[in-house]
Design a protein around this ligand. Structure first.
Ligand SMILES: [Zn+2]
Length: 166
């Protein structure tokens, strides 16, 4: 009788046991910034894996800047914040990040606002609109908002800098 042959080696990954997250971190899915988002979260926000719940959506927080014109986007985010809060009582902070040269946000604005050219300077201002729009939800959920705008930096624009805007 032949011994059974193990054709494929099974790879196992570690699950975090009972993580107590203190923050939800909302940012864009743009591949150019994923490493920067992760490193920023650890280094500047002080959040290790298991300390935060990433909420990665196209456009990041900036999709929430126009709740009256984009009610579905706004409802999507509000529903997630309410759900996460209900399953993770340790949450205290919501970190809302948008970024420069966001292709999704620009496409969205052109479609929704009907503008041909969207000035980049609107990025940080959008975050303040988002904060105001989300304020009742965050107050109800007892969550504190932190706003950051990510910019391309460095001599060749290949690095990312995060500015706190609220
Ligand atoms: Zn983006």
């Amino acid at each position: 009788m032949n011994a059974p042959i193990l054709l494929e080696e099974e790879l196992l990954y570690e699950a975090l046991v009972d993580p107590q997250c203190e923050a939800i971190v909302v940012h864009c899915s743009d591949a150019r910034l994923q490493r920067a988002f992760r490193e920023f979260t650890v280094t500047e926000l002080g959040l290790a894996l298991g300390d935060f719940m990433p909420l990665v959506v196209s456009g990041g927080a900036s999709v929430l800047a126009h709740p009256e014109r984009l009610p579905k986007e706004f409802k999507f985010m509000r529903d997630r914040l309410e759900f996460y809060r209900s399953v993770m009582p340790s949450l205290k902070r919501v970190v809302l990040i948008s970024h420069e040269r966001c292709r999704y946000s620009q496409a969205l604005k052109k479609r929704v606002l009907g503008r041909g050219v969207v000035p980049e300077a609107q990025g940080p201002e959008d975050l303040r609109v988002v904060q105001a729009a989300l304020a009742p939800t965050l107050a109800k959920l007892d969550l504190r908002a932190e706003l950051f705008f990510a910019r391309f930096a460095g001599p060749e624009g290949t690095q990312i800098r995060f500015d706190r805007v609220g």
